[in-house]
Design a protein around this ligand. Sequence first.
Ligand code: ZN
Length: 195
Amino acid sequence: MEPPGDVTAREEVGGLDTPVLPPRGHLGVPFSSVGSPDALADEQFMRLALVSGEAASAAGDMPVGAVAVRNGEVIARTFNMKEATGDPTAHAEMLALRDASRALGRWRLPDVTLYCTLEPCMMCAGAMVLARIGRLVFATRDPRTGAAGSVFDVLEHPTLNHRVSVTQGVLADESAERLREFARALRSRKRRGSQ
Ligand SMILES: [Zn+2]
């Protein structure tokens, strides 16, 4: 099914490998940046996050990927490295926030959109609020630990002084299928290990 959106804007967006200027919205603000979501650009960046996430499973990490975008440009691209590094905070989103801050030389990221293949946990959602990111786009919900509405709603909490604009469901089925595949492989490895 075609995603809804501005047809003109979609035609202006090139493939990820094509160097194109980000299309401009009515206030001169590029699409896919904060406040001017564009469905096709969202899909392209999410696809990139999905590809990033694949690298995680090589080390036995759940395949979760993240991409940070500013003005239509990718400034960070990361994947879950919890098992690979033995660091409980090495979630894809945390690493993306760190890399994005390093790239921009500041901790406030109101002009950054973060694309994540899975709904963020409490830690990552908390870090997004602390970093004041402008927008989060995530693929599939996490009914067990999701903190963007599923279990908690950290990003749009009424008492916090910063709220993150959230778009969910972009390439949700593809992300969910990858997570299911990973879980299946993990189960069969464990079964073989216990025999
Ligand atoms: Zn997390």
